[in-house]
Design a protein around this ligand. Sequence first.
Ligand code: TYM
Length: 343
Amino acid sequence: MFFEGGFTMDENQKVVLTGIKPSGDLTLGNYIGALRNLKPMEALGTCYYWVADMHAITVRQDPADLRRRTLTLIATYLACGIDPEKSVMFVQSQVPAHAELGWILNCYSYMGEMSRMTQFKEKSAKLKDDSITVGLFDYPVLMAADILLYQTDLVPVGVDQKQHLEIARDIAIRFNNAYSPTFKVPEAYIPPVGAKVMSLQDPTSKMSKSDEAGDTGCILLMDSMDDIRRKFKRAITDLETEVRYDPEKKPGVSNLMTIMSCMTGKSLDDIAREFAGVGYGDFKMAVADSVVDVLAPLQAEVKRLLADKGYLAGILKAGAERASYVANKTLSKVKKKVGFVMP
Ligand code: TYM
């Protein structure tokens, strides 16, 4: 198959897709759960790696911050090694098919199933009724549209997105059954280690970019090396002295071991052996060092790329064109099937 702009696609290749929301500065959780897995997946076929800015505005955003984070996210994808010639990188709001299919799929999704979404329940519980937007409620439907537009096979995400993936599959199957096969039914790819990085201050809750700014529980990808070391130094452990993986009984230490494993490629067993008899203070500093070793070069590359706004704008323009071409094909099929008169 040949796409406009010299972009070819083998029928046997997989379609891999994921989006990240620029609603806060990127965290080590985003890196471990999603970003670090994206480069290897480029070998599987065509990848769509993009910025979910329309999802970000489901809660109020400062416009200047949203723009800055959107560009930083594109620079971060690139710094993680994503090849913009091979993969399709774009900003969701620049591909109108997402909003269009999102609306159509709203009419094939139900209030009941949306009300059961854990993320909606958790996020809305923190807000007053008149500040919970309809967009926040509807968020999983737009996410289904994002995925289904590209006939996606695999969606690399952290475990917190699993329920949204299940809804996308349900909506695809429902639509296919109501008409005829239209959407590929996607699979989640959840990494075996690091699918849920926990807060360093409360290792029973997820490390999250929506945590309070400056929260010592959350490592931001662009944190200074001093801040990273300081946050690890204060990380919560337990009253024992043994570096052992046991997420139930030792959530803090297990989380630190997971982080180190993802940063170094060492297995959890190897880490337990290496730190047998070592005190928690020294272990925490070794984890911090493993994170600094990965983030220092990544940050330098992000900063270098951010200095060249013209280069980033070019990537986004080409990406939006390539994405729109594929997305519009699916969208046209959907419009015909539901009975819209085509121009
Ligand atoms: P977002 O922006 O909240 O998170 C981006 C990715 O990072 C993962 N992640 C984590 N993984 C491990 N540990 C953590 N503490 C952690 N925190 C975040 C998330 O699982 C995700 O993979 N709804 C999505 C954006 C989106 C999307 C899509 C993703 C919109 N449409 C279509 C895939 C396909 C989101 O808010 O991710």
